[in-house]
Design a protein around this ligand. Sequence first.
Ligand code: PEP
Ligand code: MG
Length: 591
Amino acid sequence: MKTAQQNLLLKGTGVSPGIIIGKAFLFVPDDIEIPVITLAGKAEINGEIERFKQALARSRESLRAVKKEVERKKQKEARYIIDAQLLILEDKLLVDNIIKTIREKGVDAASAVKETVRKLSRGFDDVSDEYLKERKTDLDYIGERIVRNILGTKRHDLSTIREPSIIVAHDLSPADTAHLDTSVVIGFVTNTGGKTSHTAIMARALEIPSVVGLEKVTKEVKNGDVIIIDGAIGVVIVRPTAETLRSYSEKKQMYEQLKKELFQYKDLPAETPDGFHIRLLANVELVEEVSAILEHGAEGIGLYRTEFLYLNRKELPSEDEQFNIYKKVIKTIAPYPVTIRTLDLGGDKFLSHLDLVEEMNPVLGLRAIRLCLKEVGIFKTQLRALLRASAFGELKMLFPMISGMQEIYQIKGILDEIKHDLTVSGIPFNPHVQIGIMIEIPSAATIADMLAREVDFFSIGTNDLIQYTLAIDRVNEHVSYLYNPLHPSVIRLIKTVIESAHSNGIEVVMCGEMAGEPLYLPILLGLGIDELSMNPLCILKIKKVMRSLGYRQCRDFVKTIDHLKTAEEIEAFMRLEMKKRFPAALEMTEA
Ligand code: PEP
Ligand code: MG
């Protein structure tokens, strides 16, 4: 017999951070064998249709019971997913097709369900869209639930787990996770899924380290195998050797130690010992993440990416729904400010139900503000919701992918129109709400002086600014070696943007990934950045680095860098200088 490979390293998408070592609990509901039974006549066919309808009713009842359970546990995210699954269960197309299959093919109910679901689900096979992929999962899940109710078999139940375990599954539905005991379930790993899939949302809500999208993890892992999860970088190691175990146990300890140590910085100001202070803010994608950011020492939200409100669902969010969410976010974070960015769809973030044309180069196509200015109805709904929410705290509005002045004129025209409507209707809003633009296209960076006269602040989006400046697809691993924030052209553009902003009296925040990397902090401080907004998990680390730097030396670094010609030279210079002057800060670049 082949012995299982030791130390097998699998790479997926890390969706909930933390390092965990534990035993695998393989959760693979057995594939139900369904022999196709040919029915003898009309009476049998009617009998099977009846059997199907009863199973459908039982499925509905049991799923509603799960919904009650998650409501009792206040698992809001799970409730939304179950609501979507209940809609599929009641979908006329699905039900009618199953009955039609029983009637026309004269086969038993269970086979008819399996065949119909397989057929409908095949339509999703080639889609890359996250929303549609999740609907396929829901459809398969609902099909399995009905079949089990027809046959009277039960799906495994995670509530029986008694010892600390890492769940290894093809996928997990909220119905699976509703009953589990979070004191014994210490991690999730799954074959399918991405950042916004059900398992990911649940893992983050339950604060359980998790890696998804591992493709074949259920085939590679056996029940009881020891596995390691590194949820921050999306790595899973199956059957680690003694040496790997030792090194990961150390890493886990260091991670926990660092977490504890960094926690001491939570309430300390983000300032250098020579008295230079900037604000550290959080980037947020989901409303469930909002309350936790203060625990990470954030002084507000610098980037709320609203596109996630539009993904993973069938209808567009209404004005009231958006208003309530924005209001809640603002009130939760008050008295700190909240910057909410308008819809930035397109590129790598798609919306399945907007009937948009296929583009050759979507990253250069109808995305973000361009899409909003074309689909003005969608844009206006969001702007109204935002303006209404501005009455409840310090809201700043941010517009993505601005390429020139014309877009600002258009946005302002639309905003004025909406403000006028709200005033006429007596609806309160802040007439002086600040408006800012993302500087993430080189054209905007080069005319920053003109743009600065039109808006209240800039937000530099380095993820896109680097992509467009260096002509490197930010998600293409083949050219990722060229993706370097220290490229002199990138530094020059950032410098231009900050200088233009300051000479026109406005502030600059940076909200791309570059903002959360300790090695870049001395340069950004030296260039005069006013605020940094980042993944909340980076904030305390950056605060610690900030408190061990000297502002004056950072200004000097920037002057020297001006004469260096390659990213490599700049990096080597920074490392050398930090080693000499700020060894504590340099240490954090590797932590
Ligand atoms: C950026 O481009 O740097 C940015 C913050 O926006 P996103 O990553 O959402 O494109
Ligand atoms: Mg961007």
